[in-house]
Design a protein around this ligand. Structure first.
Ligand code: GDP
Ligand code: MG
Length: 166
């Protein structure tokens, strides 16, 4: 299997940390940077029988409106319609207006996996279930995956979870 995976989310949710963890695994065989016109390829990870191409979505702007940002957002949206899976990253237990704005820019038909990052920061794990239930009402997520981008076991599990979508 081989496919493209985009990582999106508001600033500071841990996208770069997750990207580095996904690409920087010790089992990684190939890892390189490249530019294409439509995607910024941030890393390629060959894992068992699957190859994951992680793409960045530069210019995903939710803070300001205006023609330039609308145009940038259209470019991002077009990227997001052509990937095999989208990892929509939030902080576990937190979902605010900035997260909603990013979610609104994801095409309705795109296969989205919700990644609830920074699980290690959630002291009361009992609060997670109602939070996840609330999140599952926002749109159809293919999977809801709570994890810590810093935990390599979680990263291995995420790669397995994403594999069927490649
Ligand atoms: P980005 O803006 O979405 O790319 O977020 P970054 O990857 O730069 O991370 C923002 C901050 O969150 C940094 O200080 C990270 O160290 C921290 N962070 C990322 N993932 C985790 C996690 O799983 N647990 C904790 N506790 N902090 C995290
Ligand atoms: Mg970043």
């Amino acid at each position: 299997r081989c496919g493209m995976v985009a990582i999106v989310g508001r600033p500071n949710v841990g996208k770069s940390t997750l990207m580095n963890a996904l690409v920087g695994q010790k089992v990684s065989i190939t890892s390189r940077k490249a530019q294409t016109t439509r995607h910024r390829i941030t890393g390629i990870h060959t894992f068992d029988d699957a190859q994951y191409i992680f793409v960045d979505t530069p210019g995903f702007q939710t803070r300001h409106s205006g023609a330039l940002n609308r145009s940038l957002n259209r470019a991002v949206t077009s990227t997001l319609t052509s990937v095999d899976a989208i990892l929509f990253v939030i902080e576990a237990g937190r979902f605010g207006p900035d997260d909603q704005k990013v979610l609104d820019l994801i095409p309705p038909s795109a296969p989205v996996l919700l990644i609830a990052n920074k699980l290690d920061r959630v002291s009361d794990k009992d609060t997670l279930f109602p939070f996840m239930q609330q999140m599952s009402g926002l749109r159809e997520f293919k999977e809801i995956v709570p994890l810590s981008a810093k935990n390599s076991d979680d990263i291995k599990r995420l790669l397995e979870t994403v594999k069927p979508y490649l």
